[in-house]
Design a protein around this ligand. Structure first.
Ligand code: ADP
Length: 197
């Protein structure tokens, strides 16, 4: 699932994950958990994430590789917030190739950037999240536009991209995503067992 900070990827990922019975894997959540637990990884990435930067590909790719190797991801998974750079796209292709898997779809949640910045700032205030100052939010948006948004065209060329309007009620957006995914499953079945289950 692609989309700028504040687009609602995490919220939608939970719904899609429940509907399809696959784990939602969020690199942001993994980093936050490690920071909270003060693990070695957490200490390594704390400064970077709190300033709105991207964790180096080497670290992020290794984490995703480990996570995808866990049993619950063997029958499918949803990635939220990964890949975010061309290096991560290439690493993911390699991981999936090694495992004999392929991406079924890339959902890009499109939003009104100005509205989303306001949303993020409001949330930061409500929750007292010191990591979401205006400066950090703007930096995250800038990085997204520069590094991550261009990935959509790469996936478009591969016929994987499904652009979904991310504005509106949560349930409305969920329904749009499901409609986009239904189409994908019908036009490109993959990993369907021979007995048709
Ligand atoms: P948001 O989408 O609001 O930026 P996330 O929860 O997805 O929040 O990520 C939080 C932070 O974790 C990011 O700002 C970034 O520093 C780091 N991060 C998450 N995913 C990646 C990734 N794929 N590559 C590099 N850094 C990442």
């Amino acid at each position: 699932m692609l989309g700028p900070p504040g687009a609602g990827k995490g919220t939608q990922a939970v719904h899609v994950s429940a509907t399809h019975g696959i784990p939602a894997i969020s690199t942001g959540d993994i980093f936050r958990a490690n920071i909270k637990d003060e693990t070695e990884l957490g200490l390594q990435v704390k400064q970077i994430t709190s300033s709105g930067g991207y964790v180096p590909d080497e670290i992020t790719n290794a984490i995703v590789r480990d996570r995808l190797a866990q049993d619950d991801a063997a029958q499918g998974f949803l990635l939220d917030g990964y890949p975010r750079t061309t290096g991560q796209v290439e690493a993911l292709d390699e991981m999936l190739g090694d495992a004999g898997h392929q991406l079924d779809a890339v959902v890009e949640l499109t939003v009104d950037t100005d509205e989303v910045v306001q949303r993020l700032l409001a949330r930061a205030q409500e929750q007292g999240r010191a990591d979401d100052t205006e400066e950090v939010v703007r930096e995250r948006m800038r990085l997204y536009a520069e590094e991550t948004a261009p990935l959509a065209s790469r996936y478009k060329e591969r016929g994987l991209l499904r652009r979904v309007d991310g504005m509106g009620e949560v349930a409305e957006v969920t329904a749009r995503i499901e409609a986009a995914l239904e189409d994908v499953t019908r036009s490109a079945p993959s990993d369907v067992p021979a007995d048709g289950r």
